[in-house]
Design a protein around this ligand. Sequence first.
Ligand SMILES: [Zn+2]
Length: 298
Amino acid sequence: MMKVFNILILSVLIILTNAKAQLKIVTTYPYIASITQEIVKDKAKVDFLAAGNLDPHFVVPKPSLAVKLRNADLLIINGAQLEIGWLPPLLDQANNAKIRPSASGFLDLSQYVRLIEKPENVSRAMGDVHPEGNPHFHLDPYNIPILSDAITTKLCKLEPENCSYYQENNKLFKSKWNEKLKQWNSALEKLKGTKVIEYHKLYDYFINRYGLVLSGAIEPLPGIPPTGKHLENLIEIIKTQNVKLIMQDVYHPLKPAQFLNQKTGIKYIVIPHDVGAVPEAKDIFSLFDEIVKRLTNE
Ligand SMILES: [Zn+2]
């Protein structure tokens, strides 16, 4: 009898341990989910909210997203106000105390990197969607290991029993990443000094990292569509400064880039900004592989 009882206790313990192992992590963007997946492997369930091929600033807060948040143990966000337009109402609907911004199940990645382009004085009323500085820091591949460290530290706090496993995976991830960095660095070497224009100020961290020169943006202010006058100014800049390339994202209209191409002959390339932005960008590694490929294949 005692034996049966012991077996029962043991089974309950095993079930409890397994249930605990299934930490539910939700990230706002697919790129964060991909990094997190590299660290947790099969020890947690990782899901994300925003589709990688849509505008990250303006996600439709569908009820299905609130359901994901309701069941989450950990929420990892990009931060720097990238989610400000859509995440707060979802958090209200989800009503999950575990992942509130002040709770232990919340991680804001922007706290770990140095933001560029912090405005001196700006209000969102002007339409600028980057009031705290440029939030697209994940497109500097050197920021990725910083983010994976922050995620690992958070996971270790939530699950000390799995900490060494997460740390080991993070170490492997970073050594793989460093190998890829060498490849990307040497492939991009030839683009140093190339003058570029982008639609949205999405690629600034990447541009700075690889020594490209940003000559302008199709949006006069982040989040504000171009006027005819602004495009005329860009034509002038492209011609006089010999700008070589438009870095176009997947979710803004292609028309202005096509117009500038017709007027000046400048070439444009569609560059993925997140995992899932194009079919080739399947995870954090192939996202950067694809960015480098598209920029250097011409
Ligand atoms: Zn932006």
